[in-house]
Design a binder for this molecule. Structure first.
Ligand SMILES: Nc1nc2c(ncn2[C@@H]2O[C@H](COP(=O)(O)OP(=O)(O)OP(=O)(O)O)[C@@H](O)[C@H]2O)c(=O)[nH]1
Ligand SMILES: [Mg+2]
Length: 370
């Protein structure tokens, strides 16, 4: 393998990957409002579970750092209880914690605030309204999560939503119940997907990739991030292939390995180690591509040279990435718990389906000569 291309690929990849930052999410609300349940429902098990080993980063706030998302869980307050009164909660969450996270560097900022309000209480309290209003006014991205909506009837739910609308706009109010995954009637009233989509959009671009990686669901957002990543790698592939013709497909293996690994991570594929993907790419992909870029396509490169080779490399990279991402998306959609595993990916990469999809996505030879 050409040392120049390997180094160049690594350098470009590091640039792209180093840009990404881990999002910080603060979860607030009264004691027992369902904060931990929301975290468990939304995030991958390893995010939710490691939670036990929390650090107390500031008084009243527990910090759960992870590779893909950092969660700040506030201790909650109890109405009519002198031990954990609202005034103290407000001071710790707002004056101490949030105010010390204003005007800080991007990676230290509080990117999202999920404020839980228990539907089981059947009413929206003035205390919650006051704190939500303060946080919103201070310019943070705050969503109000009405939890346990399975304990409300439709009229009660509408009343709650109307009260919350007195403080924030409808597009940041989300009705939730953790019973949504077992009960389709309840699911129909829940806004889990909307919450994840709003959160994804509210995050700075650089935090979105890790955020979707941390999620159990959020398939559309995962696919969007995969496409963005593929889009960033295409110019790298083009840049390499104008120096080293892509008919020697092996030069692009490190790039494709990194791309596949990243896509699989977004879809939560476990055991997708670099070594295994490397083998798959070398054994399957390279020989398949050598066959695919035979014939007419092979002839254009010597004739039309670097530009044709670059275009072909970009196209191939896009096709490989998008085919895999689409496969993962469809598999997750079809499975009960939104997962896909490395064995089925391996089968797919060996299949005629994968080869045909890549082939179909390649232009006719004369497109590379234009
Ligand atoms: N009916 C119903 N109960 C729920 C739901 N979510 C959570 N609960 C229950 O509400 C109680 C509190 O839930 P948690 O998730 O521990 O609430 P929390 O806000 O983290 O509580 P603290 O950490 O003690 O402040 C538990 O008994 C849960 O089983 C829900 O969607 N519906
Ligand atoms: Mg909790």
């Amino acid at each position: 393998m050409n040392e120049f291309s390997r180094e160049k690929i690594e350098e470009e990849l590091n640039k792209i990957l180093d840009e990404q930052k881990v999002p910080n999410v603060l979860i607030c609300g009264q004691t027992g409002a369902g904060k931990s349940s929301v975290i468990n429902f939304v995030f991958e098990a390893d995010v939710a579970e490691v939670g036990e080993a929390a650090e107390r980063c500031s008084e009243g706030i527990h910090y759960y750092p992870h590779d893909t998302v950092n969660i700040y869980d506030s201790e909650g307050y109890e109405i009519d209880n002198d031990k954990h009164p609202f005034a103290e909660y407000k001071r710790l969450v707002f004056d101490e914690f949030l105010m010390s996270h204003k005007n800080v560097q991007e990676q230290d900022a509080v990117h999202l605030i999920w404020y839980t309000v228990s539907g089981a209480g059947k009413r929206f309290t003035d205390t919650d309204g006051e704190l939500i209003g303060k946080i919103k006014q201070a310019g943070f991205h705050i969503a109000v999560l009405i939890t346990k909506i399975d304990e409300l009837d439709e009229t009660e739910l509408n009343d709650m939503v109307t009260s919350v609308q007195g403080v924030v706009s409808t597009n940041v109010i989300f009705n939730l119940s953790r019973k949504a995954d077992k009960n389709p009637t309840i699911a129909a009233f829940c806004d889990w997907d909307k919450l994840l989509n709003w959160s994804y959009e509210a995050l700075p671009e650089v935090c979105r990739s890790y955020f979707v990686e941390s999620l159990k669901t959020g398939l559309k957002e995962k696919r969007e991030e995969a496409e963005k990543f593929i889009g960033k790698l295409k110019p790298v592939a083009i840049g390499i292939a104008v120096f080293v013709p892509v008919i020697d497909a092996i030069v692009l293996t490190p790039l494709w390995v990194a791309m596949i690994q990243h896509i699989l991570k977004l879809y939560g594929v476990k055991k997708a180690e670099k070594k295994l993907i490397n083998e798959l790419v070398k054994k399957l992909l390279v020989s398949m591509l050598e066959k695919l870029i035979s014939g007419a396509l092979l002839e254009i490169i010597p004739i039309f040279g670097p530009a044709a080779s670059g275009k072909l490399a970009g196209k191939l990279t896009g096709q490989i990435g998008t085919s895999l991402s689409t496969y993962c998306y469809d598999e997750c959609l079809d499975s009960i718990n939104s997962t896909v595993n490395i064995n089925s990916i391996e089968r797919y990469m060996k299949s005629a389906d994968f080869r045909d999809r890549i082939k179909k996505g390649l232009d006719k030879p004369d497109a590379y000569t234009a």
